[in-house]
Structures are given as C-alpha cells and as structure tokens.
Design a protein around this ligand. Structure first.
Ligand SMILES: [Cu+2]
Length: 487
C-alpha cells in the first residue's frame, strides 16, 4: 500500500473524501443509479452508444452547439445535465483539412461559457479559437475556424474553456469529439476501417442527480465511455477496427485490452512515422490515441485502465486499482486476414532544428488539506497564477524554441499548449525518441519535461496550462503571445 501522504493527489482535484475507499480500489457503488451493461453471462448484449455525427460538405460545416440543461441519457438513466445539444457527449464534428467550420455557440445557462477546439492548429483570435472570450448567459457567439489545408488528420475534441469554470463545465458534460479526415485516413491499411469512438469521461450520480464537479469526490466517480458505464461493443475475429480514444477525464489512463495489441497510428491527432504495437498505452488527461485493433478469437475481452503502482508512490493514486472500462465481444465469421500498415507519414524531427530560444517553466502547488476549503488550493507556473491581463511569454512567428518544464509537486501534470503542437525530446532530462508531435504531455512528479515546438501560421494570444482542469481553474495556466518578427 502506498503512503497515504502521497495518495492524496491527482485524483484528488475535488473534495477529498473517503481516501480509504480509493486506496483499496473498492467498487464505485455508493448511491449510484449506474449499472454495468454486461456481466460475464450477458456479454452478447451490445450496449454501444456514439453521439450524432455532423459532417462537413463541400468544404463547410455550419452547425450550432446549444449549451443548456436537459435530461440526457447517461449511464443507462436519464440525468439532468448541462450539455451541448442535449447529448452526452455532444455531437461529433467530422471535417477535413481546408474546411471552414462555423459553430453558433448558444449559451442558455446562467453562467458564462465558451468553446475550445482542443488540438486544432487554427487561429487563436476571435471568431476562431479564442479561449479568453466569455459568452454570457443568453448570448450566442458565431465561432468560425479555418482549418489549414495541410492540417494533420486524427482525433481531437472540443470543450468549454471558461477559466475558473472549466472543470465544472467539462465534468458536467460540455465536451464532444472532433474528427479530421485527411492524408492518414487514405493510407492502405488505414482507409475504410470500421471505427469506434471511445470518449472517456468521469461523472458522479447520486439519487439520479449529477453531482456538480466542484462538489463531487473522485473515489465516488464512475468512468464512462460515450456516457455509458462499462458498455459492450463488438468485433469479428480478424476484423481490423480503428478506435479513436479521447481522454476527456482528469485520469491518467493506462489502457490494456485483453488478448489484443493496440497498434498506434496517431497521438493527439498527429500521425506516427510508423505503426507501433503496444500491450499498454498511456492516454493522459486531454490526450488522444488512434489505434487499430485486430479482433481476436471468439470471446469476450475487457478494456481496462491499469494502476500506476509500478511507477512508484507519486503515481499510486492516479488510478488506484485496475478499472474495467468496457467489454469487447468478438463474434461472427472470421474475416480474411488483412495486413496492418507499417509506414505512416513523414515527420519534421525538431531534434535537428536550430533553437532560437530556451525557456523554463516551474510548476508548483499549494494544497492546504484538512482546511475543508478547496478554494485555498492554488497551482502556480513560475510563481504566478493565471491573469488574462498579463502576457507571460512572447514568442516570434516562425521561431523554434525548447521549453523545459520542472515539476516541484508530488503529482504529475498534463501540460497542454494551444495552437502549435510540440515534440517531447527529454523526460527527467533523459533524451527520448518520440517521432511524432502531440499537444499534451505528462510532466512527471518532481521531474522534468523538455519539448521543442515551432510557432507557425498564427499570431495572437493563447494559453498553456495543466489539463487537470481543477488545476487550470485554480491558476496553473499562462497567457502566451506569438508576434510577427520585428523588422
Ligand atoms: Cu496539474
């Protein structure tokens, strides 16, 4: 058993209740109406839900996302929740590079909200991905995103980014998937594979009501896939499916699927140079993975998230015990074996780049536990908390920089940077060989993370923050600005 002093941590972004339950990994049953959809004897039941898909047509997608409280299908019940368009998750927006995406965000709740297109390389200026905007109650804002013609293809997501309310709003249901179809999808072995969307989130339901994010307790939360608790989906033996996995929760997931390898195509919507095969994949808060799954022999297999116990005490509380997430039933006629792709897409390795500037960011936090007041929890980058009036760092368009993040806390933080993706080049000052970009990476406890990125195409102000949204809401975010190169 881990030292409880360390176990009060990443999961513990809300009120810390019932630590013993979390540590023992007891089933999450208290006061809930959620039920598992498949038992061992009933795995033929396919209980699979994916949200409505809205596709672009002729280079345009014009749609609305209405933010309102309604009864939504959640975990097998009807639950009051604030969502987009009355579904949990919201509709999937399915687009192509070069598209123009217009979204009327209608705010029909009694607090401000806004919209962030997580992972998209688009302008951070309004009416595009400006997360400093606050759309007030009763107002509608017409967002418009011009996705570059060379935008990477893969899996992204959208969610509320209203500072101080992000955690509550996203936890409550304000999120949905973004799919970009492009070059990666046309490759032999990737094209035309049947798809599954796995959007992973957390919720807490007591007596048929959702507990607001700031009042809920981590150890009483359920982990859902597309709003369903432990759903079941199917595959045929030998069939190759593409799974789009999105971590909309604050859990650091280590996913393992019984009897199957996970063949990785892309991380955070950025293609790998070649397919890599894994027994376990890590998908951190905010992160995504695109994988190919080849159906095993007839039977029922479990997807679960593993504990981090083996990584040491600072990780022990992230997922306290192996957590079942869904069942995969392999059934039907065996399909003709198809080959998995090997080579994917080329990649501009920034380890070879000339570095224009280096910067350092120190992550610290103050969690005065036992005070009973989460309002005292503060999270810092370079000694300050977020202030939208203050630009913390200014970069020059076209420059390539190396950033070194230092973690002076006992828990990991998922570092997310808007607009431009980055390459991880070292972890704990040891070089790593990651031949792809990403938009979110783990800063290890009492460790460091080194990344390289280039500021391309867009000037303007945007943010870098911890994607444990409770930490972001309580300060762990910086305002960045890219400017034209001075004459
Ligand atoms: Cu954090």
């Amino acid at each position: 058993m881990a030292d409880p002093a360390f176990a009060r941590s990443a999961l513990n972004r809300r009120q810390f209740l019932g630590a013993a339950t979390a540590l023992l990994g007891l089933p999450l049953l208290a006061g809930t109406t959620l039920t598992a959809c498949a038992s061992d004897s009933d795995t033929d039941a396919v209980t699979w839900f994916e949200p409505e898909v809205r596709r672009s047509n002729g280079g345009t997608l014009s749609t609305q996302l209405r933010v309102a409280e309604s009864d939504v299908a959640l975990g097998g019940s009807r639950i009051r929740a604030v969502t987009y368009e009355g579904t949990y998750p919201g509709p999937t927006l399915d687009v192509r590079p070069g598209d123009r995406i217009e979204v009327a965000l209608i705010n029909d709740i009694d607090e401000p909200t806004n919209l962030h297109t997580h992972g998209w390389h688009v302008s951070p200026k309004q009416p595009s991905d400006d997360v400093l905007l606050a759309i007030e109650p009763g107002d509608t804002f017409d967002y418009a995103y011009d996705l570059p013609a060379d935008h990477s293809a893969g899996t992204f997501w959208y969610h509320s980014h209203q500072h101080t309310l992000s955690d509550t709003q996203v936890f409550g249901g304000l999120f949905g998937a973004l799919v970009v179809r492009g070059e990666l999808d046309d490759l032999p072995g990737v094209a035309d594979r049947p798809e599954r969307l796995l959007m992973i989130s957390q919720t807490q339901i007591i007596d048929g009501e959702m507990v607001p994010g700031d009042k809920s307790s981590n150890d009483l939360q359920q982990t859902l896939i597309n709003g369903t608790y432990q759903p079941t989906t199917d595959i045929a033996p030998g069939e190759i499916q593409r799974w789009r996995i999105i971590n909309a929760s604050s859990l650091f997931l280590r996913l393992q699927l019984d009897g199957h390898r996970m063949n990785m195509l892309a991380v955070d919507g950025d293609a790998l140079t070649s397919v890599t095969s894994h027994d376990i994949i890590e998908v951190i808060p905010g992160g995504r993975a695109d994988v190919l799954i080849e159906g095993a022999n007839t039977g029922t297999y479990q997807l679960r998230s593993l504990s981090w116990e083996e990584f040491g005490p600072y990780y022990s509380s992230m997922v306290p015990a192996p957590m079942p997430l869904m069942n995969l039933v392999s059934r039907g006629d065996t399909q003709q074996p198809a080959s998995l792709p090997t080579t994917l897409l080329p990649f501009d390795d920034l380890r070879a780049a000339t570095i224009d500037r280096r910067r350092e960011f120190v992550f610290e936090e103050l969690e005065p536990r036992g005070t009973g007041d989460m309002g005292h929890f503060m999270y810092y980058i370079n000694g300050t908390t977020f202030d939208h009036h203050v630009v913390n760092e200014t970069m020059i368009l076209g420059d390539t920089e190396e950033w070194h993040f230092v973690n002076r806390t006992y828990e990991p933080h998922p570092v997310h940077i808007h607009v431009n993706d980055f390459q991880v080049v070292a972890i704990n000052d040891e070089p790593v060989d990651q031949q792809h970009y990403r938009d979110t990476a783990m800063l290890p406890p009492f460790g460091s993370l080194t990344i390289r990125h280039r500021f391309e195409d867009f000037t303007g102000q945007f943010v870098m923050h911890c994607h444990i949204l409770f930490h972001e809401d309580h300060g762990m975010m910086q305002l960045l600005e890219v400017v034209e190169r001075p004459a």
